[in-house]
Design a protein around this ligand. Structure first.
Ligand code: B12
Ligand code: SF4
Length: 488
């Protein structure tokens, strides 16, 4: 069958351009089984929808909706597809977690929840008449005016998936400047995380499991992208990169053996590995490590079940710096009932840690998390009634509703202050020039604007200026708040 897979535009944030890894995996899988696939990534492609439809004539359309950022576009395009009589299927994080809100709309025929590869294959058998929808695990659909929700599909063995078929997208469009590299791409090497953090949808989405892709498959993919597209760095954008010591040793051994000269970076948990492993990783080309620390308060660490050794945080960051890594860590401000004292502890920790970059996020209650359930139970989070109610709730970067005990302005000041400090940090990036982070942020904005044409120049230029002024205002105009939290 002819399958059109759409990654909706996320507007101004299209500049974060990462390849749509989920759609690429589903597309490669279906192509492997003989289906015709077109991935239409509205974040990077300028081809008109009409042209795609005329040239490709799809028989079914799938949308990957990762967060509420892509919702507006996904809804608008789904409506257009329905008006042409095409079956519309939504999948990805958001529809999995907000299934009822999605399936109730006329412009969505089916929701595929959880992993999409095997589900899609069976779904296509249904559309070609050789199977019943009732036998497909991991879907919800409408029949006789009722919503039918089939049981979940067990997780797949990632080793059974075919190699990613990069001819389905243009890899060059996803190469970006990062930490001094010119053609960095996000790839994935594992799925899930064994953690149980109270704010993280992974607990529900991946049921706190962790699965790894085979090392050889990852190496093959990297070699292909280096030889054909000049890839010079990879960010493994997994929840947590690898967790087994023996597997990391093997991964690093094979990468070194290949002698690719690749630099790469990962997300890890503090305390997972020791100095020997970190040195091995550095030796195999790893140059940056990102930790989610989230809070400097021991009490808050306990409440969010971060489950990391608090006392190991500083020695670990110092050790990584000594080895030569760029070390980064993210923090969240505004957890439910968080106090000023707890936030001060977070600021103290950030001040003390020799971190390269320190992204700070606003707490957002995401469905499928312990904190979301708590806030709903306590009547503090009004349940959305329709999908459009989620438009304003964009996780992490803007302050929606404040559930903490501190004023809105304080949360904004703390976030913007450390944002500003990262932006103006002269030496945030080890192998880069002075102010490399600021330079790259500006260049990547300009690059997107150039790629998307004149109208985008006006819209994105305005949004970028707006964002800059917002960060500047909150980081400079509140000296008393800065003093209160000892922001340095
Ligand atoms: C890597 C990553 C990114 C990358 C993008 C990678 C990409 N383009 O795929 C970057 C850094 C750009 C990114 C950005 C953001 N992300 Co992000 N990201 C992730 C992460 C860690 C892994 C996703 C991934 O690539 N996995 C590997 C691929 C192979 O798997 P997959 O994406 O899950 O796809 C499978 C299934 O979802 C399903 N599927 C997916 N699409 C479809 C479509 C159909 C039709 C079907 C049937 C099935 C299906 O099948 C796929 C194959 O198995 C997830 C965590 C997670 N558990 O998913 C967070 C996550 C999805 N991101 C999140 C957030 C909040 C964001 C941002 C808003 C962050 C920000 N403030 O900027 C933006 C929003 C971007 C957007 N487009 O909306 C949240 C989403 C929460 C929510 N429900 O709103 C998550 C869950 C992280 C978290 N724990 O909070 N992200
Ligand atoms: S460690 Fe990270 S990915 Fe794992 S549950 Fe906690 S926040 Fe989620």
């Amino acid at each position: 069958m002819k399958v059109l897979l759409i990654n909706p535009s996320v507007g101004y944030y299209d500049r974060t351009m990462s390849s749509p890894l989920g759609l690429l995996s589903i597309g490669s899988y279906l192509k492997h089984f003989g289906h015709e696939i077109r991935i239409y990534d509205r974040c990077v492609e300028r081809t008109k929808l009409k042209t795609v439809l005329t040239q490709f004539s799809p028989e079914i359309v799938g949308f990957s909706v990762m967060s509420s950022r892509g919702l507006k576009d996904a809804i608008a395009v789904s409506k257009k597809m329905k008006s042409r009589g095409l079956p519309v299927v939504w999948g990805g994080q958001l529809p999995t977690m907000q299934l009822d809100l999605v399936i109730q709309n006329d412009y969505v025929d089916l929701v595929s929840f959880g992993e999409g590869e095997e589900t899609w294959l069976e779904l296509l058998q249904c559309f070609s008449g050789s199977r019943e929808l009732s036998s497909v695990l991991g879907i919800a659909y409408k029949a006789d005016g009722k919503v039918i929700r089939n049981p979940c599909r067990p997780f797949s063995d990632l080793a059974t998936f075919p190699d990613a078929d990069w001819s389905l997208v243009n890899p060059r469009k996803y190469m970006q400047q990062y930490l001094g590299y010119q053609r960095m791409m996000y790839l994935y090497s594992s799925k899930g995380c064994p953690g149980h953090c109270a704010f993280c949808p992974n607990v529900n989405y991946h049921k706190s499991t962790h699965r790894e892709r085979p090392v050889e498959q990852i190496l093959k993919e990297i070699r292909f992208l280096m030889e054909n597209y000049g890839l010079d760095a990879v960010y493994f954008s997994d929840e947590v990169w690898r967790i087994r010591r023996s597997d990391v040793i093997e991964f690093c051994r094979r990468l070194k053996e290949e002698n690719l000269g690749l630099h790469w970076g990962v997300d890890l948990r503090v305390g997972l590995f020791d100095e020997e492993i970190y040195r091995l990783m550095y030796d195999a080309g790893c140059r940056w490590i990102f930790f989610g620390i989230e809070s400097g308060s021991r009490e808050m660490q306990r409440r969010i079940h971060k489950n990391i050794d608090y006392d190991a945080i500083k020695p670990t960051v110092e050790l990584l710096n000594r080895i030569g890594f760029t070390t980064m860590a993210s923090f969240i401000v505004g957890f439910p009932d968080e106090t000023q004292e707890q936030l001060r502890e977070t600021a103290n920790m950030i001040n003390e840690l020799p971190l390269g970059l320190t992204p700070i996020f606003h707490f957002t209650p995401l469905p499928g998390t312990e904190f979301y359930d708590l806030l709903v139970r306590e009547g503090r989070y009004p349940l959305p009634r329709k999908l459009e109610d989620l438009f304003g709730i964009v996780a992490t970067e803007s302050l929606g509703k404040n559930y903490s005990c501190v004023p809105d302005a304080d949360l904004k000041v703390i976030r913007c202050w450390y944002h500003w400090k990262s932006f103006t940090n002269k030496t945030a990036i080890k192998n880069g020039k002075s102010f490399e982070f600021a330079r790259q942020t500006i260049l990547s904005g300009l690059r997107t604007i150039a790629m998307k044409g004149a109208w985008s120049f006006v819209v994105n230029g305005f949004s970028a200026l707006n964002e800059f002024l917002y960060v500047f205002y909150y980081s400079h105009m509140f000296p008393k708040t800065k003093k209160k939290y000892d922001l340095k």
